[in-house]
Ligand binder design. Sequence first.
Ligand SMILES: [Zn+2]
Length: 363
Amino acid sequence: MTIAAIIDVLEKWAPPSLQEDYDNSGFQVGNSAAEAKAALVCVDCNEAVVLEAEREGCNLIICHHPVIFKGLKRLVGRTAVERTIELALRKNIAITPYTNLDNVIDGVNGEIARRLGLKPISVLDPRTDRLRKLAVFVPEAQAEALRTALFEAGAGQIGAYDHCSFNLVGSGTFRAGEGADPFVGMVGERHTESEVRVEVVYAIEREVAILAAMNAAHPYEEVAYDLLVLANAHPGIGSGLLGELSGSMTEHAFLDHVKAVLGQPHLRHSALTGKTVRKVAVCGGSGSFLLGKARAAGAEAFVTADVKYHQFQEPEGALLLVDAGHWQTEQYTMDLIRDRLVGNIPTFAVRLSGLNTDPIHYR
Ligand SMILES: [Zn+2]
């Protein structure tokens, strides 16, 4: 199996288009056509991790954070990034970062929520640029076959429902020109056909597959259809997650719970509010930009990382803001990636890095 095929499994889960504008996720170092022997999964890739991959017999490193983040102008061993890439190339080890998981409900935040014992409620800040609608016009007799093809390609999913469509019967007209081979009607004569306007919503990453399925299942030479951009929020894609503990906890008990789950002995947090905690917002990594959303959603606590001094003043007693560490809140991404790969390709060996690459040290 090639490295490209391994990356494909991951990108079907969280496509590269989900990464933030400033990010630089996706295959970065090596030859993706090479055979993948085994993969090492880590949060950050550095020289020590490349050597670890070599020791473990892995020629692919899947890291959560991009190794090349800003523009790289030379490879002369001056910086840790340059040396990491040079070493990986010398050892024939490919590197592919994967931050796309920050933005899917079953990604980084879903895993934090699961480990904290939260029942997920919703994505905290859902993306409003991920859904589209297809309206396609098809003869009544072929409408059912077309709908089925669209559903099988992933169209028509709304929350816990699938096979969702709207169907309106009307009449379509057309005149086939020279060289056409019309499914119904005669060349040179205007034809009126009873057609159904089939409407389905879909996530944009399924668009290519859905249009291919539509064209394959549709009887006409020229398929008439509209693609509509929607402003609807995508329920499964976006930043942060809102969930609920199975019961209320005191703030002290909640902080101890976070420490134990994340293996983080030193939490930073805003002033205690005096309320109990049940509804909790989470965002692994630098998520403090979501504080307003967490507050508006009625969360009693918001667990994230990289919180600045003045941001600890902002909750004003409305919620408990907890900085649990960037590495600590994203460490379980490694398990997620391994489980997904092993679930899809049981014969492929995936190892977790045993190195703690947290650049922040505590004592
Ligand atoms: Zn991160």
